[in-house]
Design a binder for this molecule. Structure first.
Ligand code: NAP
Ligand code: F7E
Length: 321
């Protein structure tokens, strides 16, 4: 029997690279869509370049999406590509809407035309809950997004649901809470903290400038979360799922765990910088993943404390080298 074929948009990102690792381990033929850039940014997939097939495409360009699907002929499509940094979504609100919102419709339209029997995963986000209407948040919690990113993700979520109901597509929306790890980009708060803990320890940085230390998130471990994406597409019926740990921590907790591990004191090194505060904040997120546990048999494997410590260790090793 020939290998199952998967297409990952956003394969150069944190989740795309972990998902590619997972699907290759499971015996899939893995295809990735990448956008053209004047310099290649393939660090996260360098270790598997000769085991995957890359296609040039952009969520803004319908032709490239149709051609990518024709070439890849996927059984499963994971739409992970997006402008994913919340803070930048206020700086580029309409571009965020195009990439993160309307881009989903473009890909669904291409799928309808080329491979309507394929299974589709949309990377939805806990940012859609924003100013939360219910604690903890589950699949039935109403959305109240607080950023142009959250608004665009809510559009992407509902268009996925709508195409499932309108055209009988196997289209799933995974509502994932924050997830991190050693491949997280440096601009996100956990990696910014772990990188600075390592750099301060090595004498390579003098301070850590942060915005709101009181914001609370339900932070999980990225390799666990890509396993949940795959499990969602193995179900006979497409539905939506919340993926979370059920535990919330503040940004301050994150600094304390990282600094404690590195033998540093928060008060000596952290500087509050208002330029990192957002026009509208999401104060507290905590997810209820009961449906995923019961239907997918999914559980998180790595605690927040373990994850932050392993991120500090990885940053320390990398900076020292
Ligand atoms: P990430 O590291 O920022 O990766 C985003 C990917 O999207 C990159 O490969 C990027 O390519 C690609 N991309 C951006 N714009 C594109 C465009 N116009 N056309 C084609 N590709 C484009 O994000 P991540 O953390 O892996 O997250 C994956 C997805 O899950 C995103 O949709 C994100 O919004 C969503 N999500 C993430 C979290 C989280 O905590 N990580 C939680 C919930 C939902 P380049 O390398 O060329 O920039
Ligand atoms: O911020 C606060 C900030 O940028 C977390 C994305 O993957 O998860 C991510 O979005 C919190 C916020 O992630 C700094 O105000 C304080 O309250 O790490 P973050 P995010 O905005 O939660 C969701 C689920 C996604 O879908 C997104 O794609 O930390 N914070 N000081 C800071 N944040 C940053 N980045 N930098 C600071 O200096």
């Amino acid at each position: 029997m020939s290998a199952r074929r998967a297409l990952i948009t956003g394969i150069t990102g944190q989740d795309g690279s972990h998902l590619a690792d997972l699907l290759l381990d499971k015996g899939y033929e893995v295809h990735g869509m990448v956008r053209r850039s004047s310099t290649e940014k393939f660090e996260r997939i360098e270790h598997l370049r000769d085991r995957i097939t890359l296609h040039q495409g952009d969520l803004l360009d319908q032709r490239s999406l149709v051609d990518t699907l024709r070439a890849a002929r996927p059984d499963e499509i994971y739409n992970l590509a997006a402008m994913s940094f919340v803070a930048v979504s206020w700086i580029q609100p309409t571009l965020t809407a195009e990439f993160t919102g309307v881009g989903v419709t473009r890909l669904l339209e291409a799928m309808r035309e080329v491979c309507p029997q394929a299974r589709f995963y949309q990377a939805s986000s806990s940012e859609m809950f924003g100013k939360v209407r219910q604690v903890p948040q589950n699949e039935a919690t109403p959305f109240y997004p607080r950023s142009p990113y959250g608004v665009a993700k809510a559009y992407g979520h509902f268009i996925t649901v709508n195409y499932r109901e309108s055209y009988d597509l196997h289209a799933t929306s995974g509502i994932l809470f924050n997830h991190e790890g050693t491949r997280r980009a440096l601009e996100f708060v956990t990696r910014k903290i772990t990188w600075h803990a390592a750099a301060l320890k090595l004498g390579m940085a003098k301070e850590l400038r942060l915005g709101n230390l009181d914001a609370e998130r339900d932070w999980g471990y990225a390799p666990d979360y890509v396993e949940a994406m795959w499990r969602m597409l193995q179900q006979d019926h497409a539905e939506d799922y919340v993926i979370a740990t059920g535990k919330a921590h503040s940004v301050r907790d994150c600094v304390e765990i990282a600094f404690d591990h590195a033998g540093l004191e928060l008060d000596r090194h952290v500087v509050i910088d208002d330029s990192f505060k957002r026009p509208a904040e999401v104060d507290h997120l905590i997810g209820d993943y009961s449906k995923a546990r019961e239907t997918l048999g999914w559980e998180p494997t790595t605690s927040f404390e373990e994850m932050i410590r392993l991120m500090v260790d990885a940053d320390y090793k990398q900076l020292k080298a």
